[in-house]
Design a protein around this ligand. Structure first.
Ligand code: PBG
Length: 308
């Protein structure tokens, strides 16, 4: 009876998996603050993408970690035609053409300041950053990315990226905008994973105030007007009210990002024997669907699929 009347279902079609890629070959390194989650060299990341696809995962979201020597205040390493992200997109699309490949578009992994934008006098330059992000998104599209996902929270970047993609003929490239991305303390383990913590200050001048709700709707509506195909809420669990608000107000699909800190919390509690890992995980993932998300970006996706 419960099965017949269930309002929400969770399936393999709901998930995207973040992949962390590093230079080198044959390396798979566990991220200390994210047990059972790894950074892969590109050869192994490609194999991993294939394995995930064979399990039923529909999409991956790529992040790269570059050496400190490659980082600057202009995002040069993000634009190299043979940069790590560019090579990763090509390799994974070639190995697993049917897997949806999304890419992170932001400067922080390439920034000597660890910020998502270009820095001048301790401030982030919005428009100069948008100009670089636009080139970055185009370069990802040229390599075959199905989705570009700007995670920087600069103003006006969706429109600029959309116009650039249209001009270059990439009319089918999807923009998944991190529209309601909060200045959250839940990103800590991710910044360990990519060695991308801000060198000074915080991200509060561009990421959203945790206290705000209406602003999320304004941000998402603006992104849709500018040409976003999917809008995202991030983090996940603490922001289910925002997921539901956007699901009610916004007509494009909603993605939610269950972030690194959420993953780490559950792993830690389970390690101590304080929570039933798999049961709590599935309950959280179901809650994202119930709140109105179409896409769940989650480090738990593989484990969830095995249980489903
Ligand atoms: C950076 C970016 C971050 C995450 C995704 N893209 C971190 C940040 O904004 O500092 C966080 C993901 C996670 O915590 O799992 N553009």
């Amino acid at each position: 009876m419960r099965d017949l009347v269930r309002e929400t279902t969770l399936t393999a079609n709901d998930f995207m998996v973040p992949l962390f890629i590093v230079e080198g070959t044959k390396t798979k390194t566990e991220i200390p603050s994210m047990p059972d989650y790894f950074r892969f060299s590109l050869d192994l990341a490609t194999a991993e993408a294939k394995r995930l696809y064979d399990l039923g995962i529909k999409g991956v979201l790529l992040f790269v970690k570059v050496a400190d020597a490659e980082k600057d205040n202009t995002g040069l390493a993000a634009l190299k035609p043979d940069g790590l992200m560019q090579r990763s997109i090509r390799a994974i699309k070639q190995a697993v053409p049917e897997l949806v490949v999304a890419t992170d578009v932001a400067l922080d992994p390439f920034s000597s300041y660890g910020h998502d934008g270009i820095v001048k006098d301790n401030k982030i330059l919005n428009d100069a950053t948008v100009a670089v992000l636009t080139k970055m998104a185009l370069s990802h599209a040229e390599c075959g990315a199905d989705i570009v996902a700007p995670s920087d929270m600069m103003d006006g970047r969706v429109l600029a990226i959309r116009q650039e993609l249209e001009k270059a003929g990439y009319v089918n490239t999807v923009i998944m905008s991190y529209s309601a991305k909060y200045a959250s303390a839940f990103y800590g383990p991710f910044r360990d994973a990519l060695d991308s913590a801000p060198g000074f200050g915080d991200k509060k001048t561009y990421q959203m105030d945790v206290a705000n709700r209406k602003e999320a709707i304004i941000e998402a509506a603006r992104d849709v007007e500018e040409g976003a195909d999917i809008v995202m809420v991030k983090p996940g669990m603490a922001y289910l009210d925002i997921v539901r608000d956007l699901a009610n107000e916004i007509q494009v699909p909603i993605a939610v990002y269950q972030v690194s800190g959420e993953y780490a919390m559950l792993k830690a509690a389970a390690e101590k024997g304080w929570l039933d890992h798999d049961a709590v995980m599935l309950e959280q993932l179901m809650a994202f669907k119930r709140a109105g998300a179409s896409i769940i970006i989650s480090y738990h996706a593989e484990q969830a699929l095995k249980l489903l």
